[in-house]
Design a protein around this ligand. Structure first.
Ligand SMILES: *Cc1c(COP(=O)(O)O)cnc(C)c1O
Length: 348
């Protein structure tokens, strides 16, 4: 198999979608003011305000680790703590960046089902210690969809945010695949963010089909105070900001943000349908969005790798397959066929 053959190890293997690419080309025509004082950045910020039906503060950074860790740092003092699920990207995949940028705010890890936090788990952690010796809980961070591809329903989010309000906690959402969640639920972005009490959203552009970049939305403007300085200090203020912001204009205005995610979700569903009934393969989590997590015996994984397929096994030991805006249905079918073949061969 040539190296350019599509793999489903990560949605980041995909390239740049046509809408984002066209916007980059348009933004490349001539000069524009630097550091975000350009028309593209103003337009992209307004496009977010329109899409979310909210006069929010909008910032653009290079990646999700920066978006999450700077957002969390801005909501915390160094003596505060952040409640997250044990599977949360901020805990397992950001190399301590949230703690680093917050000067030591501690992550408090809660057990999670399907990667989801629950009001009960949040309450248990937030109320376990009230004394001066323990870092004071200040923020709850949830991932939508979760790292295991499961989507929080609006009513689940409302219940979490009610608990946060009651306990004096701020609610942050890691939405590196936020578009996939909206596509899966068929809802408006506002319905799973500020309308149900989410304070800050990190909206992923990269996995949605952009070259690079995430947007940070503060739905309550005062919470964004001095955030621009924080971005600059962290090396996240792009001097040619228009190339981070222009792709959002096309993605949001054409509806590509949702359509591209819906395609990725459909490919995940296609794989699930393609391997239905194979007893050696079982789903570890519901397939709500663009990821499929398969429990399968190590020899079958070995055999699948032998057929040229790449995939990660870092979450619970299962095989993870992620689909993107450009996933080719026939290639998904080829993966399903190889999965069925290795399962059958394993029966001997
Ligand atoms: C991909 C991802 C991010 C962003 O990661 P970067 O590599 O820093 O862009 C954040 N959260 C989750 C859940 C992710 O899957």
């Amino acid at each position: 198999m040539p190296d350019t053959a599509q793999q489903f190890a990560s949605d980041n293997y995909a390239g740049i979608c046509p809408e984002a690419w066209a916007a980059m080309a348009e933004a490349n025509a001539g000069h524009a003011p630097a550091y975000g004082d350009d028309a593209w950045t103003a337009k992209a910020s307004d496009a977010f305000r329109t899409l979310f039906d909210r006069d929010c503060e909008v910032f653009f950074v290079f990646n999700g680790t920066a978006a999450n860790s700077l957002a969390l740092a801005s909501l915390c003092q160094s003596y505060h703590s952040v409640i997250c699920a044990s599977t949360a990207h901020v805990e397992t995949d950001e190399c301590g960046a949230p703690e680093f940028f917050s000067n030591g705010s501690k992550l408090l890890v809660a057990p999670a089902t399907d990667g989801k936090l629950s009001p009960e788990a949040i309450r248990a952690i937030a109320t376990q210690r009230q004394d001066i010796h323990f870092p004071k809980p200040r923020v709850v961070t949830i991932t939508q969809p979760t790292e295991t591809g499961v989507v929080y329903r609006p009513e689940e989010l409302a219940a979490i945010s009610a608990t946060c309000r009651e306990l004096g906690l701020v609610l942050h959402m890691d939405g590196s695949r936020f578009s996939n969640a909206c596509a899966a639920l068929g809802c408006e972005p506002a319905d799973i963010t500020w309308r149900v009490g989410v304070d800050v959203l990190c909206f992923g552009g990269t996995k949605n089909g952009m070259a690079v970049g995430e947007a940070i939305l503060f739905f309550n403007r005062p919470q964004a105070e001095d955030f621009d300085y924080r971005c600059k200090q962290a090396g996240q203020l792009a001097s040619k900001m228009r190339f981070l912001s222009a792709p959002w204009v096309h993605m949001l205005e054409t509806g590509a943000w949702r359509a591209r995610a819906a395609h990725a979700n459909a490919c995940a569903r296609r794989l699930v349908d393609g391997i239905a009934g194979v007893p050696e393969l079982s789903l570890m989590f519901p397939t709500d969005a663009n990821g499929v997590f398969l429990k399968m015996a190590p020899p079958l994984m070995e055999a699948l790798r032998g057929r040229g397929w790449r995939f990660y096994t870092f979450i619970g030991g299962g095989a993870r397959f992620m689909f993107a805006w450009d996933s080719v249905p026939e290639r998904v079918d080829a993966l399903a066929a190889d999965l069925r073949a290795v399962a059958e061969a394993g029966r001997g």
